[in-house]
Design a protein around this ligand. Structure first.
Ligand code: ATP
Length: 355
């Protein structure tokens, strides 16, 4: 799978960009604040409809403009044209020139894995980061997962809104509870099935990166221990008092243990970095396994943060991806780029919003 063409209009510091890319290993080189990461952000947005920096659409619009357009030609078994237009008045998502009606038609046409400094939040940050990691994996590997998520979210919002009212309509609450349980069980089942598959790959990748033999375990952690419906009945009075849904997959976590201790509290900074990289490698490997083709890899200046031995372990992964004829986009400054890869790189210079 590769990105063959990218078109940006009023996206971040790009007024207008039209560029074609071959498969292979692309290095985006430039001084700070020139727009290197913005390119990766646009590519990631096309695949996931989100910014990996966790910002909203309004921040992506070039200063002083009213909307942005990001469009691309992507090639896997077949070629597709995809585009996203966003302004406060209008949002348009297209696939091969037609408006997308259901997101699951769109998600999955293009897959990426990003490696960036924010990945450390998978270890250090709140449960939300880890839920998002699981959800991205599931939406990109199981086509109907997203519609279950949307069903769950609708029921959850409706239920929370009811619980906030002065007199709660208990019949309506029961209706939304049934819907919450049906969709919630499906989400939990999928996540529970996914975690061991991810865990095996994380462990293997971690050992490769760190060269150590520490034990890493991932454990799916849910507020729902037995039967979702029964447990909701049990907490009903507390929910009425607190006016919010207290159980469910929207509160799940993925526990990450190093030698049986929570990694966030006990792992060293270096170990945390290796774990975050290992989680992302596991994601890329799962995509490859499920779809039979590697995702496009986006690497945002993480090389500079790795010590020599971790870097030495990370580079072969990139080379393997390259050999598999996948595509890699890596940003770096003159100082931080991995000179070891020089002969295999397609180099681009990024300067104030031009390429
Ligand atoms: P670094 O190496 O420091 O990470 P970079 O080249 O990756 O640098 P980017 O984050 O891609 O930097 O780009 C930052 C530039 O984009 C800054 O000059 C910033 O002012 C500009 N920028 C960010 N958002 C917008 C926006 N909405 N409109 C116009 N310019 C923007």
């Amino acid at each position: 799978m590769h990105l063959a063409r990218l078109r940006l209009r009023n996206f971040r510091n790009y007024a207008r960009l039209d560029v074609t890319f071959e498969p292979g290993f692309h290095l985006l080189l430039g001084r700070n604040a020139q727009g290197k990461t913005n390119i990766l952000e646009a590519i990631y947005l096309l695949a996931t409809l989100r910014s990996f920096r966790g910002v909203g659409n309004a921040d992506l619009v070039r200063f002083g403009q009213s909307g942005y357009l990001v469009a691309a030609g992507v090639v896997s078994d077949v070629a597709h044209e995809i585009s996203i237009y966003w302004s406060r008045q209008e949002r348009r998502l297209t696939l091969d020139g037609r408006a997308v009606r259901r997101l699951e038609e769109y998600l999955g046409t293009f897959r990426v894995t990003v490696f960036c400094t924010e990945d450390l939040q998978l270890i250090k940050g709140t449960a939300r980061h880890r839920r998002r990691f699981l959800d991205l994996l599931l939406t990109q590997t199981e086509p109907d997962y997203l519609s279950w998520w949307q069903r769950y979210l609708r029921a959850l919002r409706a239920r929370n809104a009811l619980l906030k009212q002065t007199t709660v309509d208990l019949v309506a609450l029961d209706g939304f509870t049934r819907e919450l349980v049906a969709a919630g069980q499906m989400l939990m089942e999928r996540r529970r099935r996914l975690v061991p598959r991810v865990a095996a790959r994380v462990l293997e990748a971690y050992r490769r990166i760190s060269g150590g033999s520490e034990e890493i375990r991932l454990r799916y952690q849910s507020t729902v221990r037995e039967d979702f419906a029964t447990e909701l009945v049990r907490v009903r009075d507390r929910e009425l008092a607190r006016r919010v849904t207290l159980l469910g997959p929207h509160l799940d976590d993925l526990e990450i243990l190093l030698e049986d201790r929570p990694a966030a509290a006990f792992a060293s900074e270096g170990q945390k970095r290796s774990m975050a990289l290992a989680l992302k490698m596991a994601q890329a490997e799962l995509f490859t396994e499920v779809h039979g083709a590697p995702p496009v890899l986006l690497i945002d200046d993480v090389m500079g943060e790795l010590d020599e031995s971790r870097r030495a372990a990370f580079l072969p992964l990139l080379e393997r991806a390259h050999l598999a004829r996948s595509q890699v986009f890596m940003t770096a400054t003159e100082e931080s780029w991995p000179k070891e890869l020089a002969p295999r790189l397609i180099r681009w210079r990024v300067e104030s919003g031009t390429l």
